[in-house]
Design a protein around this ligand. Structure first.
Ligand code: HEM
Length: 348
């Protein structure tokens, strides 16, 4: 493979890796597993491309020696290899997490994502500095098609290969969901990590003073205290909470369906979405049509939720990733805004 073809293939696949990686954070249902397949195949194809890239890197050093740009390229290489290695190790033998001041505990997958984000500035500067004038044959030729097909087959073979070895050797990687998350404390009540979205702070709410306000496009605004919620018919749902930080837990969640509470408020005909807000100001929007499957959860597997898990009331959102399961719920607004009208990943 020529240097040009190698560099362009790395560029194209890294872009695919970022896109599939970021989009994978939004996928909570198995019908979106294909996005993770693309990510794994692309990531392992990049590992194959290193076989060609390292000669290009060596030649660059022999020609230019140590300069600010080659030093930057060296840093890029370290972060790039770190991103690849952390992903592959997490998927097979496991990869240790770490605690970061201001961010808290990261799983090995969290470290992978952090390295990937760290890669962006290095990658952008390097690509901008080395950007070639693209030619049609670079991507739209038989040779290019064969090259990318070959890289995809190599990535697929490596992925299936390490999955077989991981299963046969019963390596820690077998304990992963299609999202890459690892099982933690299923059916344990509160025995799973209390991860928060990085800008959210743990709350300790007194159940005696807790209030839930329901307002917006409704005929009757409501202010509910915990005994009011406890008086409503509750239900139990078995569901998986899958955190984008790399762990998941399955619990029997008990609570009042949102639809039951909204039935008392009578949403207006033009209502389209539900904005669920935490005591921290953290909020997520859901389609009104999903009110039946969303729970105002108070218990997990027979145990009252702990403060770290969002007591007294947390949103139980089966099929959604963990950052959608709003903790410490205090407000519900019924709105005419479409459910998609929010940042795909929380910004507040
Ligand atoms: C924000 C961006 C990213 C996210 C959220 C992300 C997320 C993930 C996830 C969830 C996995 C699956 C782990 C598993 O199967 O257990 C993974 C694996 C992997 N990722 Fe990423 N990733 C991101 C960026 C990248 C980038 C930029 C690269 C390459 C430069 C990359 C390379 C890999 C590789 C090589 C694997 C291992 C695949 C395997 O061995 O099956 N990722 N990543």
């Amino acid at each position: 493979m020529t240097s040009r073809a190698t560099n362009l293939a790395i560029f194209a696949i890294v872009v695919v890796e970022f896109a599939s990686g970021v989009l994978s954070l939004l996928v909570g249902q198995p019908d979106g597993a294909w996005l993770f397949w693309i990510h794994r195949i692309g990531g392992l194809a990049l590992a194959v491309l290193i076989l060609w890239k390292w000669r290009i890197v060596l030649r660059a050093y022999q020609r230019h020696g140590l300069t600010p740009l080659t030093a930057l390229a060296a840093l890029l290489t370290i972060v790039f290899v770190g991103t690849l290695a952390s992903g592959i190790l997490w998927a097979t033998v496991g990869f240790p997490g770490l605690r970061l001041p201001g961010i808290g505990g990261l799983t090995g997958l969290g470290v992978h994502i952090l390295l990937a984000l760290l890669l962006i500035p290095f990658f952008v500067i390097h690509a901008a500095h080395r950007w070639p004038r693209l030619l049609r044959p670079d991507f739209a030729s038989r040779r290019a098609a064969l090259r990318y097909a070959g890289l995809s087959v190599a990535g697929l073979a490596l992925w299936q290969g390490h999955e077989r070895i991981t299963r046969a050797a019963e390596l820690p990687g077998i304990n992963r969901r299609f999202t890459g998350s690892r099982e933690e404390g299923s059916f344990s009540g509160n025995g799973y990590p209390t991860t928060n979205w990085f800008t959210d702070a743990r709350q300790r709410i007194d159940p005696a003073t807790w209030q839930l306000r329901i307002h917006g496009l409704v005929d009757h605004e409501l202010e509910l205290a915990l005994p009011d919620l406890a008086a409503m018919p509750a239900t139990t749902t078995r569901a998986i909470l899958d955190c984008t930080g790399g762990w998941f837990t399955e619990q029997d969640w008990r609570g009042v369906p949102l639809a039951t509470v909204l039935a008392q408020a009578h949403p207006a005909n033009d209502a389209r979405s539900i904005l669920v807000t935490s005591a921290t100001g953290y909020r997520r929007r859901f389609p009104l049509s999903e009110a039946g499957k969303l729970l105002l959860g108070t218990h997990s597997s027979g145990v009252a939720l702990s403060a770290g898990h969002g007591a007294p009331v947390r949103l139980i959102a089966p099929g959604y990733r963990g950052f959608e399961w709003v903790k410490w719920v205090v407000e519900i607004e019924i709105s005419a805004a479409p459910a998609w009208l929010q940042s795909p990943l929380p910004l507040q």
